[in-house]
Design a binder for this molecule. Structure first.
Ligand SMILES: NC(=O)c1ccc[n+]([C@@H]2O[C@H](COP(=O)([O-])OP(=O)(O)OC[C@H]3O[C@@H](n4cnc5c(N)ncnc54)[C@H](OP(=O)(O)O)[C@@H]3O)[C@@H](O)[C@H]2O)c1
Length: 347
C-alpha cells in the first residue's frame, strides 16, 4: 500500500466569518480546495481505513468547504463527508477488524479523514457493509440523503400531509417514493416545471411550481384541503416564511438546509405565541446521536434494500476524476438536476 495519497485538500481551517456564503455553487473552487498529496492516514482505535472508489458531493460538502457548516475545517486535510470503497486496514477494535476486506458505504466522522481522497478514515460504526446488488453510484451517497429521508419522515404521522421545499433535490426524490409507500402525502414545492412530472411519478401527492402564475392560489387550496402540520424546508428564505404563515395553527417549520443565501425572516412572530406555530431545525447528525443502534441498523438496512430493488436510484449528472475535479466542478454543480460524484479508483 502506498504511504502517500492524493486528495482535494482544504485551503482554509475553522468555521468561516459570517459573510461570504455563496450557496450550493462553487464558482471558484480553487479558493477553497487544492489537489495535493499527503501521508496516507493511519486508523486509530475503532476506526477503519477505506480505499475510496467514489465520493459524493452534497450541499453540506459545499457549505463545509466554504466554512459554513456545523463542523470546523482542518486546513490541509481532505474534504468530503461520504463515499464508497473497501476497508483495507483497521485500528484496534473488533468492529473494524470484522470489516477488513469488505465493501462499505461510509460517512466521515469529525475525528476521521475526508472522502475526497484516495484513502479515507472513519469510525467503523459508520462504515456500512454493502449488500449485494447496491451499485457504487448509489452507495457513494447512501448515508447523508437516504438516512435523512427516512429520519425526517419519522416526524410525519401515518396518513398525514407535509410540505417539502426544494423537492427536485435528490433528497426530495427519495422522500417522494418513501412517503408514498408509508401513506404520507407529500406537498412538494419546486421552482421549475421539469421536476413536476418526475415527482408525481415518484409518488408525491401534490407538486407545486413556485414560479407558476397560479402558485399562490394553488398553495392556499392544497393547504386548506390537506391541512399539513409539518413543513420540511431546505430553502429557509422569504418564500419559506410565506408558506409557514399560510399554514394552519400548530404548524412546525422544520429547517434542515439553507439553500437561499438571503437573510431568513419570520413574518409574524405573534403566530408563535397565539397560534402555537414553531420554527425548529433538523440535523441527521443529531438524529443519529440520539437514535438507538438497533433503530439505525434497521434504517441502514431499509435504505440499502430500496436501492437494491430499484425503488430508489441516484441520478448522477457528472462523474469527475480526482485530477480534473477542481476545474470541472463549477460547471457540473451548475446543472439543475442530479448529483455530482468524484471518481477515486476503479478497484
Ligand atoms: N439537515 C440535514 O441533516 C441534511 C441532510 C441531508 C441533506 N440536507 C439538505 O437537503 C437539501 C437537499 O440536498 P440534496 O443533496 O438532495 O440536494 P441536491 O440534489 O443537490 O439538490 C439541490 C436542490 O435545491 C434546489 N435549490 C437550490 N437553491 C435553491 C433556492 N435558493 N431556492 C429553492 N431551491 C433551491 C435545487 O433546485 P433546482 O433543481 O431547481 O436547481 C435542487 O433541486 C440541501 O439543503 C442539504 O443541505 C440536510
Amino acid at each position: 500500500m502506498p504511504t502517500e495519497m492524493r486528495g482535494l485538500l482544504l485551503r482554509q481551517g475553522r468555521i468561516a466569518d459570517k459573510e461570504g456564503f455563496v450557496g450550493n455553487q462553487l464558482d471558484r473552487p480553487a479558493d477553497y480546495l487544492e489537489l495535493g498529496s499527503l501521508p496516507r492516514p493511519v486508523p486509530g482505535p475503532g476506526q477503519v481505513l477505506i480505499k475510496v472508489r467514489r465520493a459524493a458531493i452534497n450541499p453540506s460538502d459545499i457549505a463545509f468547504v466554504q466554512g459554513f457548516y456545523g463542523q470546523a475545517r482542518v486546513q490541509g486535510q481532505p474534504a468530503g463527508f461520504e463515499g464508497v470503497g473497501t476497508v483495507v486496514e483497521s485500528g484496534p477494535g473488533l468492529m473494524g477488524r470484522l470489516l477488513k476486506g469488505r465493501d462499505v458505504a461510509f460517512y466521515v466522522t469529525p475525528d476521521g479523514s475526508g472522502a475526497w481522497a484516495e484513502y479515507a478514515v472513519t469510525q467503523a460504526a459508520v462504515a456500512l457493509p454493502l449488500k449485494k446488488g447496491v451499485p457504487d453510484r448509489d452507495a457513494a451517497g447512501l448515508i447523508v440523503n437516504p438516512v435523512t429521508a427516512a429520519a425526517m419522515l419519522e416526524l410525519v404521522g401515518a396518513g398525514d400531509a407535509f410540505v417539502f421545499s426544494a423537492a427536485a433535490s435528490q433528497l426530495g426524490k427519495f422522500v417522494a417514493g418513501m412517503a408514498c409507500d408509508q401513506g404520507k402525502k407529500m406537498i412538494a414545492l419546486v421552482r421549475r416545471e421539469e421536476p413536476v412530472k418526475v415527482l408525481k411519478a415518484l409518488g408525491a401527492a401534490h407538486v407545486l411550481n413556485e414560479t407558476a402564475p397560479d402558485y399562490a392560489e394553488e398553495l392556499e387550496r392544497v393547504l386548506a384541503t390537506e391541512k399539513p402540520m409539518i413543513f420540511l424546508d431546505a430553502v429557509a428564505g422569504s418564500e419559506s416564511a410565506r408558506v409557514h404563515k399560510a399554514m394552519g395553527d400548530d404548524a412546525r417549520w422544520i429547517i434542515y438546509g439553507k439553500l437561499d443565501t438571503s437573510p431568513a425572516e419570520i413574518l409574524d412572530p405573534s403566530e408563535m405565541i397565539f397560534r402555537n406555530k414553531s420554527v425548529e431545525g433538523f440535523w441527521t447528525t443529531a438524529w443519529a446521536s440520539k437514535t438507538s443502534f438497533l433503530r439505525k441498523l434497521r434504517v441502514f438496512g431499509e435504505v440499502q434494500n430500496r436501492f437494491r430493488d430499484g425503488r430508489w436510484t441516484t441520478h448522477v449528472s457528472a462523474e469527475l476524476p480526482l485530477e480534473h475535479a477542481l476545474e470541472r466542478l463549477p460547471q457540473a454543480l451548475a446543472q439543475p438536476d442530479g448529483k455530482v460524484q468524484i471518481l477515486l479508483s476503479n478497484d
